[in-house]
Ligand binder design. Structure first.
Ligand SMILES: NC(=O)c1ccc[n+]([C@@H]2O[C@H](COP(=O)([O-])OP(=O)(O)OC[C@H]3O[C@@H](n4cnc5c(N)ncnc54)[C@H](OP(=O)(O)O)[C@@H]3O)[C@@H](O)[C@H]2O)c1
Length: 336
């Protein structure tokens, strides 16, 4: 059995998460028992939702209490004691920022890698990011043609897919992202109608210009610093999908909205949603997204960092917005 390399938390972060909070260790893996599968990990997903668990060492999986990060991975089967999987199969499942995973077969799903739908897509478009974007647009906001939609963190994987899905439905889509270069890419590469830089001191007036008579629907990934100015530009009976609060994942401050009363005065609705409540939509969403990927109708960006040992830096860079699209760690192809 190969030893696995693992990146884990070695101390509870102080105020900020830093590289010094992580360490690398070797762990001895057991030989697979009945129904278990040994996977050589090729890609690890770097997701914002892990940040609060990294801070608190608490999450739905008890491994968090030991500082072990429980995220998602894609890899290839090395050895299988589950008849549903064979050596060489591509699989996706839970991962612990490790080079190898010993998984119960029931926790894995075989993935259908093909031309136009490469393995890392199963952590992005064909994973929960794609499902989240699809649900927000089609089931929460129910976007229709002619509407004006705004999306925060528009250069991220969720925001980028959500905007492209809304464009396909005929909406006018205005993204919000950090920095002029990123905003330019959101328009030129992802096809948004406009993208406004929230770091620009003229953000609010630029956004106001871009949305014209106002916003019909808003897809929120960030939190109060964006939602507050957006609220002031919402039209009567506008809808807001609350998908994420990345601006608030690393502190415990109270979240305040100066424009809260606008919810009442304009008859707005706001709905938080969790992707795991919509698992039954997976086949529909991923079917549509796979077709769009294969036909080249869905533009994607990835920020790929090679080497497991670079995961902490890459994770912090993701939170700081130093890349675009889906943030991933790529491990080498050594079959051992
Ligand atoms: N509801 C659900 O079930 C569900 C499922 C999956 C994901 N989510 C949420 O969906 C959101 C998007 O996820 P994602 O995976 O696509 O990640 P993402 O949007 O790529 O998140 C990273 C980006 O967030 C932006 N950001 C970070 N801090 C910010 C701040 N203080 N203000 C403004 N922007 C900030 C940065 O982009 P800039 O350069 O633009 O600042 C950064 O690159 C996240 O909030 C995530 O937690 C929710």
């Amino acid at each position: 059995m190969p030893d696995a390399t693992r990146v884990r938390l070695i101390r509870k972060p102080d105020e900020k998460l830093t590289e010094a909070d992580f360490g690398v260790e070797k762990i001895r893996l057991k030989t697979p028992s009945d129904a278990e599968v040994l996977v050589r990990v090729r890609y690890i997903s770097l997701d914002p939702y892990l940040a609060p668990m990294m801070r608190s060492w608490q999450g739905p999986d008890p491994a968090w209490e030991q500082g072990i990060i429980v995220g998602r991975m894609v890899g290839r089967v090395l050895e299988s004691r589950d008849p549903a999987f064979s050596r060489g199969d591509w699989v996706a499942g839970p991962g612990h920022w490790q080079s190898h995973e010993l998984c119960h077969g029931s926790n894995l799903r075989r993935i259908d890698v093909e031309e136009g739908v490469p393995a890392p897509a199963f952590l992005g478009v064909m994973g929960s990011s794609g499902l989240t974007a699809w649900v927000g647009i089609n089931r929460v906001l129910r976007v229709s043609a002619g509407e004006t939609l705004t999306i925060s963190s528009a250069a991220g994987i969720v925001g980028g897919i959500a905007g492209q899905l809304a464009k396909r439905l005929g909406a006018r889509v205005v993204g919000i992202a950090g920095g002029p270069a990123k905003c330019a890419s959101v328009v030129s590469e992802l096809g948004f109608d406009a993208c406004i830089d929230y770091r620009n001191p003229e953000f609010w007036s630029e956004l106001k210009k871009a949305v014209g008579p106002g916003i019909d629907a808003h897809y929120e990934n960030v939190g109060a610093p964006i939602l507050d100015p957006v609220l002031s530009l919402m039209r009567e009976r506008g809808r807001i999908a609350l998908c994420g609060l990345i601006a608030h994942y690393l502190d415990d401050e109270t979240i305040c909205l100066k424009n809260f009363r606008k919810l009442l005065t304009s008859g707005l609705s706001i709905q938080g949603f969790r992707v795991f409540d919509y698992q039954k939509e997976t086949d529909t969403a991923h079917g549509e997204l796979r077709a769009a990927l294969k036909s080249g109708d869905l533009a994607l960006r990835e920020t790929l960092t090679k080497g497991l040992e670079n995961a902490p830096r890459a994770y912090l860079d993701m939170l700081a917005g130093k890349g675009m699209g889906k943030y991933l760690i790529e491990l080498d192809d050594d079959p051992g």
